[in-house]
Design a protein around this ligand. Structure first.
Ligand code: HEM
Length: 216
């Protein structure tokens, strides 16, 4: 039986990736054109391979990964889930590792606060680690655990989409982009919201499974 959540979940997740995907497409187009190089974008032209890998990896992880979270689609197409899962995992690892690389090599921007570097390092490491643990769980055939780690990795990756939402209140009220600690807070809040949401969903599904098995 097809349920509304079968398409609502991937559609919502793909919508979340929309703004970062468009920003990424614009950046790739600029890199492909070779310029103009300005003070604002010089860092991207200084690391074109890492930036391109980051954007393409994030895009594949965001869009193809979204389909993996449709419960009905996954159950009806287990072969597709396995086939598409491989590029999703590779793309997620590329997005996380290139994100860490960019964090390490890009100069500190005046608009960023003092905590963003550490937060990005922690998030990139946690995302890469979640993907590694999800792979380990597949090899051990612990599929529920694999799914839980992939959900965590996806939630951390999709912080890029939630950041659009956490920046909005400040932009609407002040008409400017946040800077300093305000920007760091808007960035960190997005990752926190996503991971708290996923942990809540995971705990809720464990409670449901337990109550079904007790009542049965
Ligand atoms: C998987 C989801 C992600 C998406 C969709 C995404 C998307 C993007 C895009 C489109 C850009 C280019 C921005 C521009 O051209 O102005 C970018 C830059 C960047 N990303 Fe990600 N990203 C993701 C994950 C991450 C993670 C997990 C980290 C942290 C380790 C990270 C760190 C960075 C850094 C440091 C930059 C350069 C920012 C700058 O200097 O302006 N990204 N990302």
């Amino acid at each position: 039986m097809k349920k509304k959540s079968d398409w609502l979940i991937p559609a919502g997740l793909i919508l979340l990736t929309l703004v970062p995907s468009l920003a990424g497409a614009a950046r790739l187009a600029g890199l492909a054109q070779g310029g103009p190089v300005t003070a604002e974008n010089a860092r991207f032209f200084g690391a074109p391979v890492a930036v391109s890998l980051h954007i393409l990896g994030s895009f594949v992880f965001g869009v193809l990964g979204a389909l993996q979270f449709s419960p009905g689609f996954r159950t009806r197409n287990p072969r597709w889930h396995r086939m598409a899962g491989r590029p999703v995992i590779v793309a997620g690892a590329v997005a996380a590792l290139s994100g860490l690389y960019l964090t390490a090599v890009f100069p500190h921007l005046d608009t960023d606060g003092p905590t963003l570097f550490s937060v990005r390092m922690a998030v990139g490491t946690a995302m890469a680690l979640s993907i590694a643990l999800s792979i380990r769980a597949i090899f051990a055939r612990r599929f529920a655990e694999h799914g839980a780690w992939m959900m965590r990795a996806y939630a951390l990756g999709m912080g890029a989409g939630t950041q659009v939402i956490t920046h909005l209140p400040w932009i609407i009220v002040t008409g400017t982009l946040p800077t300093g600690y305000t920007r760091d807070t808007a960035m960190a809040a997005a990752w926190l919201i996503n991971i708290v949401f996923v942990e809540w969903r995971l705990r809720r599904s464990v409670r449901r499974t337990n109550s079904v098995s007790y009542s049965g």
